[in-house]
Design a protein around this ligand. Sequence first.
Ligand SMILES: Cc1cc2nc3c(=O)[nH]c(=O)nc-3n(C[C@H](O)[C@H](O)[C@H](O)COP(=O)(O)OP(=O)(O)OC[C@H]3O[C@@H](n4cnc5c(N)ncnc54)[C@H](O)[C@@H]3O)c2cc1C
Ligand code: FES
Length: 385
Amino acid sequence: MKKGIFQEFEGYSKIVEEIEASRRYGIDYSVDKDSPEQYINLLHPPRLELRVSDIIQETPSAKTLRLVSTNQYLPPFQAGQYIGLFLEIGKIRTTRPYSISSAPNQTGYYDITVRRVEGGLVSNYLLDDVESGHILQSSGPAGNFYFNPLFHKKTMVCLAGGSGITPFMSMIREVVECGLDRNIYLFYGNKDLDDIIFHETLKAISERSENIHYLPVIENPAEGYQGHSGLITGSLIRETLDHLEDKTFYLCGPQEMYEFCIPELEKLGIPKRKIRKEAYGPPARISDYPGWPQEIKAEDLFTIKVDGHKTLKGSAGEPLMVTLEQAGIVVPSLCRSGECSICRVKILSGKVFQPPGTLVRKSDNQFGYVHSCVSYPLEDLEVLI
Ligand SMILES: Cc1cc2nc3c(=O)[nH]c(=O)nc-3n(C[C@H](O)[C@H](O)[C@H](O)COP(=O)(O)OP(=O)(O)OC[C@H]3O[C@@H](n4cnc5c(N)ncnc54)[C@H](O)[C@@H]3O)c2cc1C
Ligand code: FES
């Protein structure tokens, strides 16, 4: 073996002896140069090329896109994780995260289930312009919204709103298809019955599996509706479940659902550490967010100087990243919710609003870095990308 820095490590000569002894018995632990990198790239590829193999209309406003790999290999994922799609729509290059709704034991494809957002750039593109055979680029699976047997109770209480059902669908499918020893209570809120994604599938699963309990909650039901109506309240949870202390709570849905449901859970005495919440994009109306300076209107325009030369206008109510993308400037991004840190940019001058609770590292704060996906200009800015 070549002489070098390794010889400085404690135990080096012992390891060399063991490798040589193994070789004498025909066992060779050495690996080809670069082969670990190949395995790492297979498991954590920087980019995947995916072909849309099928499109399933789930509700009038939601479709499932079934995605297969163009090179035969899809990295494994944990039920609850998402992929980030990289897209070019018109002149805009952007990304959006979508949770995988198929089960992780199904290794041939990823399903993503997309619901239309009124006026939304990507959801409308995926629902109206993408057809079978279309090629999409994505990140590998990411995110940490999944069951961890070391820390989480085996009874999961899942609170979903609208398209927030998708990570739970993956978890439920895995529990049923793999016969896992886990119980899931799913409270699923929607505005009306037609909005419920996977309603028939969930009903059928809960009828034949004693571990899965499905409780749809309809905000504005038609007259005569027999099921639960209104919002997912603490009292509904309390009526349905005994022994709240031996359960972990998972939430996925729009910001308004978190604002309502988390205090409801806290009133039931559920400690914060037992409440897990998936990131679900930037707040819909940042100027209504607690802490927003009242003197600034969402439509106020500011000048943003980028990398010392390009100057553009951005409104206070739009995340900095969106303003940059609209001007053709790409900032790497994945979660678009202030969690993954990939989109950090440095603010050289000027002030931005970041929603309270945004996870910014201490050193980033110290050196002026912000998450551009959840930073909103409050003054003229100078930015370094
Ligand atoms: C981890 C993660 C997983 C996600 N998984 C899914 C999924 O499985 N299925 C799915 O349909 N979406 C999912 N989303 C949301 C998705 O990434 C997009 O935000 C959504 O499709 C809207 O994008 P858009 O380009 O159409 O709207 P944009 O053009 O980005 O937004 C238009 C306007 O709508 C608001 N808005 C954005 N998203 C929403 C929303 N979800 N509800 C209401 N208003 C919104 C924006 O604040 C903006 O004002 C997920 C988000 C995250 C962070
Ligand atoms: S894209 Fe993840 S923090 Fe901004």
